[in-house]
Design a binder for this molecule. Sequence first.
Ligand SMILES: [Mg+2]
Length: 363
Amino acid sequence: MPRIDLKKMVIRGVTVAVVEAPLAVPFRIATGQHNSLKNIFIKLELTSGIKGFGEAAIATHITGETVAVTERNLREAAAVSPGEDIADYRAFLEAFREKFSGNHAALAAWEMAVLDAWTRSLGMPLWKLFGETPSALCSDITIVIGSLEEAAAAARLYARQGFATFKVKVGRDVDLDMARVLAIKKAAPSAGIILDANQGFSAETMLKFLKCLRSGKVHPLLIEQPVPRDDWEGLKKVTRLAGTLVCADESVGSLADAARAIRIKAVSAVNVKLMKSGILEGAAIARAARGAGMELMIGAMMESSLAITASAHVACGMGCFRFIDLDTTYFLRGPLARSPYLDSKGGFDLSAARAGIGVTPRL
Ligand SMILES: [Mg+2]
């Protein structure tokens, strides 16, 4: 570990702000939709003048967490933090473990701000906390639930823009979903396809769906969360019979969930999201799943440029994520939509990030 000047790691204050931004396109999935972004930002300032930033992206229709509770928890944590030292960030964060145990979006924001300030203090990019060598990342782009025409138009647009992989949201209407995937394949024949059912199917429906797709010459690279989160038997069955990678998203939010998925061989891949598990536990889930031979995806809720870039740092440093699903900023408008390290076709280049996350929101 680099040498740390303890005097420079003392918290002067923490600011919490709720930030709203319009979406360019409503983000529709099987369990609900986002029409706008309402995230919570925090700014943690050290007595050295160095600041760290964190963002909580709350997805109530997925996690049940709310903006109100997340804001309250972060404000309470902020109130007791001045004078505390983050030099030993693990010890500092451990003290808040209980507070954020049922509110992982708040945990992610809190850890993000602390780790941002910590790495900024040392003049190192955040990714270096997770690995020696930065790996290149290329995100897929999501085609949300919608009409047949919307799906085909999105596929044409994204293919022209240069995206190589589409993540197609399914799970609400089997017949329409089938027609949408086939239309997407026709509109962009060379694009890789990932399916995300967001718990919307049964194992039998998912397997039938895949069979029909195969007869239409569509071979998904991966299918994500085909069945409800607690349907472990269903997950196992799809994994056994799908003939492609099956990824747990909603089923795995903690290290304990990941251990269960590994133990019973429920899936062949896991989607790690900072908002589900926080940053440190997210990294631990990735290590455990990879250690068990699973493939990894890094995903997101409705993060803006700050949290999406923080996620990219984790994947860039760890280097073990085969599937990158960090596309949410393409669905936003305004300054929060711009990550300085993300190009127009999903490529992240974090080599220009000199210290911390490298994104400074206006708060
Ligand atoms: Mg998912």
